[in-house]
Write a protein that binds this ligand. Structure first.
Ligand code: PRP
Length: 177
């Protein structure tokens, strides 16, 4: 049961069901495609990627990237920079970028463009949750778990100051009274 400061937004059972559905859809779409390279974005995506990848029925490999956001005062917006790259060459490969959350969409857009420049066979995107009200750029999500309102969420990979990341459900943090 969540503490009083948390309100469950997506239950453990609903996450499990949706992750299995997404994996079924991805497995069907890539059934004859050969190996799929799953690229998880650290840290948040590690739990979703672990569960999603174990449900897939197609050949797959796992890679990770990490980014950091910083404020760009010239453009008065946040920018994304790469802090950890893939270990393998993705040229000619099918790639699926896996995120826990799409908020402004900047991370997804930045990484999609970066990966596409490396001449993969294809790049698609998958996110467990997206906040449509927060979208600042047009980041396409090919496989989406849930749309959620613009509230701070924790659990299933999502954190608040590194806390609550390993909760099995996704919860909204209640505002202070
Ligand atoms: C979160 C999330 C995405 C990004 C989405 O990462 O995991 O990578 O923010 O935001 P955007 O759509 O506005 O770009 P965070 O910066 O919280 O780092 P973490 O995953 O290491 O906790």
């Amino acid at each position: 049961m969540p503490e009083g400061r948390l309100e469950v937004l997506i239950s453990e059972a609903d996450i499990r069901r949706r992750v299995a559905e997404l994996a079924g859809q991805i497995s069907a779409d890539y059934a004859d495609a050969g190996e799929l390279v799953l690229v998880g974005v650290l840290k948040g995506a590690f739990i979703f990627l672990a569960d999603l990848s174990r449900h897939l029925t197609i050949p797959r490999s796992i890679e990770f990237m990490a980014v950091s956001s910083y404020e760009n005062s010239a453009e008065a917006s946040s920018m994304v920079r790469l802090v950890m790259d893939l270990r393998k060459n993705i040229e000619g490969k099918h790639v699926l970028l896996v995120e826990d959350i799409v908020d402004t969409g900047r991370t997804m857009q930045f990484l999609s463009e970066l990966l596409r420049a490396r001449k993969p066979r294809s790049v698609k995107t998958c996110a467990l949750v997206r906040k449509p009200d927060r979208a600042a750029v047009d980041a396409e999500v090919d496989y989406l778990g849930f749309e959620i309102p613009d509230v701070w969420v924790v659990g299933y990979g999502l954190d608040f100051g590194e806390g609550d990341r390993t909760l099995p459900y996704i919860a909204a943090m209640k505002a202070d009274p």
